[in-house]
Design a protein around this ligand. Sequence first.
Ligand code: AQP
Length: 332
Amino acid sequence: TPRVFSGIQPTNHLQLGNYLGAVKRFVDMQDSGIETLYCIVDLHAITVWQDPADLTRATRELAAGYLASGLDPKKSILFNQARVPAHAQMAWLFNCVARMGWLNRMTQFKDKAGKNREAASTGLFAYPNLMAADILVYHATQVPVGEDQKQHLELTRDIAMKFNNDYGVEFFPITEPVIEGAATRVMSLRDGSKKMSKSDPSDMSRINLTDDADTIARKIRKAKTDPEPLPESAEGLAERPEARNLVNIYAGLADISVDAVMADHGGKTFSEFKPALAELAVAKLSPITGEMSRLMQDPAEIDRILADGAARADEIAKPILKRAYEIVGLLT
Ligand code: AQP
């Protein structure tokens, strides 16, 4: 049976890339009739240092972001990872399946560990194994993510295949990444070669879902561009990363193709296009921001929704974990 799983780390604030690359897709898939599980991956977040109070706040804020963006706890299972122990238990099995050489090739580890790899946590290194566990402990078949998660999803497939092969079973499904839409890789507003990220030290590099309308407009107005007007068609964007990024953001927010954006805005200067983009961004994001802050006033209700989702997730995960233990030969 098809099943959708995805997650986001509760670090800092949700940014536009997370929204267009992930959350908006989650909402689309929720309404597709397939069972959907959307997780707040708090255990992933602590692979780098998190202040405990900030982590708790960010977990509730991300839940509010999910709900405000249109995820519905009646249609999707919404929960935080720490509440479902099967994730960490399955991850241990995968620590014993995945090879050091596979993890050594992960570009996210290289980026996040930086120069001083010796000082990175072992959790950061094993991060993709926990991600594989998140997905496979539900036998999820589809995983909506942004472009940057492609390599981790390939590793998830490798783990599933190696497990099935080593134990001579057809137990884990081979998961499909769902990387769709015009904005699968939203770039920094300050640097068209870097992805927009929650943890970029420059707040001007990203649009946060907590930003007010003036802040959004100012960030777009100040976004780095080249001096030329927009080209007449999409082909002209190939060598212009900053221009391409703003057009992709427009297409993602408006839910239209890049060609459709170019049909309307091709040839315009940035002093014409940026205000149009800012207006669109404010129109689409402000209602979400407003709803998030309303939801954040009732943390008990958020906690109740997450606990209820976790109980439902646990029911799916437990028998799959038990069967995996049995396959391995562990007495349960
Ligand atoms: N710039 C992006 N464009 C499109 N999709 C993106 N995603 C992240 N950045 C972009 C997608 O958002 C989901 C959740 O990401 P995450 O929180 O698990 O970790 P991340 O990819 O590391 O996100 P950030 O914002 O860069 O966080 P930090 O700075 O904390 O590491 C994933 O589906 C991801 O593809």
